[in-house]
Design a protein around this ligand. Structure first.
Ligand code: ATP
Ligand code: CA
Ligand code: CA
Length: 432
């Protein structure tokens, strides 16, 4: 099933949520950025600030189209993290809030999380579970220390952690993070790799319907693919992966994957992305599950419906609907300047293949470790519940984070071997 990112305009069901998210981000990020920079204190990691937005505005917050509450977590820490990853503060705000246009990928995974892309596709907003939110707050010190020590980390880059809530609505937690895939390059193949074979197969026959589907471990193995890194790049990659996974193991995190996007230079951009209003995005959820019921929009109460109708009438009176013009879909021409200094993102936003002889290869890999906010305890509980319900004891049980990480590194490292190396090794194990 091909899912086209849908633009979130005011006719979209999640328009209000998206508007509130962006309004909150704009306000809180500018508020922190306006202050003179300073070193972090221990208290910065636990900081949280609550703001109320309403139609009239107050001394603290400017007026907004809707009433909502916004919570900003550890703003100074995220300001420092953004600086670490060399984001330009003004750029960040413009990308995320300019004209409020986002596109929604919907809820691709089993988790029910929603994904939104900033208008220029540089950033992703992902709604997260409360448990993931709590985890990120808990590990923030260690995450920060890690990215400080390893600027070339492959882990997801978290740029902000926030929460929105509309009156009578549920609390929605979300993170802003890096989009691993470049706005200006066509991604010809995508893989979400975990190092497991169970349930890790995208049905090959469905590829016809959906040629850009996110493929999984078994699809990769079936194609007998290998990363073509060459010796030097291979080393840098494997070492970084090991350091990153060591952190995740220590924090008892699991269920993460290596997201791999491949741009084939010989194919180039088949579709001229810049002329398209939106890119085609594939529902990735590595479990390939049916989309979950829309968690953002539950049935509103009568009161809410009335209020919303009133608000909408006011808006319609005041302004024309936001229309997405063709020109607004323009993608940045060159790769994010800020990424140039990071090894894995330095070749046109990615990591270019290198032949054994050191010559550049045909492919650019876009790589990163994603979905890294799932704690072992959370999986265990979910599993327990599920097993209790289905009464089927033979299902896959989650493996502890140590083993998960070990298996993950082993699998991915195996993919960095050349075909010859891999064949030699499998022959010698056959003989044993
Ligand atoms: P589940 O828990 O079921 O795996 P999830 O809702 O936690 O799903 P993720 O695994 O984080 O979702 O991501 C789902 C898909 O979204 C990925 O396979 C990938 O296609 C896309 N995606 C996620 N994060 C990024 C990113 N940083 N850059 C580009 N694409 C991403
Ligand atoms: Ca996942
Ligand atoms: Ca997940």
């Amino acid at each position: 099933r091909v899912v086209v990112g849908t633009k979130v305009d005011m006719h979209h069901v999640n328009w209000v949520t998206a508007y509130n998210m962006l309004t909150g981000i704009r306000f809180t990020v500018s508020r922190t950025n306006a202050k003179i920079n300073r070193d972090l204190t221990d208290a910065d990691f636990d900081a949280r600030h609550k703001f109320s937005f309403d139609i009239t505005g107050n001394e603290l917050t400017p007026s907004a189209k809707y009433d909502f509450k916004f919570k900003d977590y550890a703003p100074w820490v995220f300001r420092h993290i953004r600086a670490h990853f060399k984001l330009d503060p003004a750029d960040y705000l413009v990308s995320l809030t300019s004209k409020y246009i986002l596109s929604e990928l919907g809820s691709p995974g089993k988790s029910g999380s929603f994904f939104y892309f900033s208008r220029d596709y540089k950033y992703i907003i992902k709604t997260i579970h409360h448990a993931e939110h709590k985890l990120l707050r808990k590990i923030l010190r260690e995450y920060y220390a890690h990215i400080d020590k390893y600027p070339n980390t492959l882990l997801s880059q978290f740029y902000g952690l926030h929460r929105v809530k509309i009156p009578y609505g549920r609390k929605i937690h979300f993170v802003v993070m890096n989009n691993l895939f470049p706005p200006h390059r066509d991604i010809h193949q995508t893989f979400d790799l975990k190092g497991s074979t169970i349930g890790r197969d995208f049905k090959e026959e469905d590829l016809e319907k959906n040629p850009r589907a996110t493929l999984k471990d078994l699809n990769w193995l079936r194609r007998n693919y290998h990363f073509e890194f060459g010796a030097e790049k291979k080393n840098v990659f494997v070492e970084q992966l090991k350091s990153d996974v060591a952190l995740l193991q220590k924090l008892k995190i699991m269920d993460y994957s290596l997201l791999v996007g491949i741009h084939d230079l010989s194919k180039g951009n088949e579709e001229n992305l810049r002329d398209k209003t939106l890119r085609v995005f594939q529902p990735g959820g590595d479990r390939g599950a049916e989309p979950q019921p829309n968690l953002l929009t539950r049935t509103p109460s009568k009161l809410e419906t009335q209020r919303k109708a009133r608000e909408l009438r006011q808006i319609i009176k005041k302004e024309k609907p936001v229309v997405m013009e063709k020109s607004t879909s323009k993608m940045p021409d060159e790769m994010l300047e800020e990424r140039k200094s990071f090894i894995f993102y330095s070749d046109d936003g990615g990591f270019q293949a290198t032949h054994e002889d050191g010559e550049p290869g045909e492919e650019i890999y876009y790589l990163g470790v994603i979905d890294c906010l799932t704690h072992y305890g959370f999986i265990k509980r979910a599993e327990h519940l599920w097993k209790g319900m289905s009464n089927n004891k033979s299902q896959i049980s989650p493996i502890p984070p140590e083993d998960y990480g070990h298996r993950f590194v082993k699998f991915i490292t195996g993919l960095t071997k050349t075909k010859e190396q891999a064949e030699r090794e499998s022959r010698s194990t056959d003989q044993m």
